[in-house]
Design a protein. Sequence first.
Lengths: 172, 172
Amino acid sequence: MKLGEGVEAAIHCAAMLAGVEGDSTMAASAMAEAFGLSPSYLLKHLNMLSAARILESVSGPAGGYRLARPAERITLLDIVLAVEGREPAFRCGEIRRNGPVRLDASAYVKPCGINAAMLKAEKAYRAALAEAKLSDIVSEYMTDADPRSVAAGCAFVARHQRPQKSSSTKQA
Amino acid sequence: MKLGEGVEAAIHCAAMLAGVEGDSTMAASAMAEAFGLSPSYLLKHLNMLSAARILESVSGPAGGYRLARPAERITLLDIVLAVEGREPAFRCGEIRRNGPVRLDASAYVKPCGINAAMLKAEKAYRAALAEAKLSDIVSEYMTDADPRSVAAGCAFVARHQRPQKSSSTKQA
DNA sequence: CCATTGCAGATAAAAAATATCCACGATAAT
DNA sequence: ATTATCGTGGATATTTTTTATCTGCAATGG
């Protein structure tokens, strides 16, 4: 059982995007730099998040990504499913049918109990991830993490976020 | 997130071994046949179960595998961890440190909140698997599954289990 | 002795994850 | 309009992991 590295990247990016103001965006290249990741590969994962409507993207010179909805309504489950796919970790291959004695298909209408138990566990896993809101991750980071780390992170966001043209970002 | 196919094989084999009587054993080749699996590869997984003290093995012509302890004290978690390894699915690469701004290591003493949330979810997953006893899987199968399937399975076990030499298997 | 079985290690084949690149459309600044 | 920047999608390459096979070896019952 293993989660791809893209999950870690995706969550960190989403958390960082939670810090950009208004409808500003942040370029994928900036996030790749922030985490020392391959820009071209990170794009793939950000794209998955876009497709899942977790992020929005803006093309063009001032373009980049931003959250598609408030961080309060984004969970780690949303992100994990978007990046890793929605299929369960355990896939029942129905190997019980593969023996030398081939019974009629009607003998296997009842779902495999092993499969049921494994899926139940995964349900618990997903429920726990669904409880973890991106906003919680961010606020815990703000309060608990080392002030130097928080300051550096915020500075990075402030430096790389890009205000958008059309919509006024609450200018004083 | 994906579980190897070996997990399914391992659980099915363990469930089948739960049906052998006394200290009898069943050869790996028999189980491979029962599930239509590659014998040489199945051996690998059975070996992991042996190493984890979930199964016992006996060499020699009458040899094979049997449960190392009663099915009541074997959980799906035991099996999954034995086959897939004990490392968590999410491994924090600490990519937050990989940015262009290198802070002192002391700025990262607090564990990453993302990692904590992911591990918490996995803890829930493992807890659910720990609740699933092999004996439950087997007894549910006996009562719920199609009688033809149960009969075929029991017949297979009866035909392939091999009594051991030294210990008397409650012979009438 | 000898046939059968599990064990360990080397190896190979297949699949998946990771990473890079390029042509393209969108867009903002000039 | 031109240009430079950016995301998109597809093709492709590289690396790692998984799956599978084979061989020699030790154990053991007959």
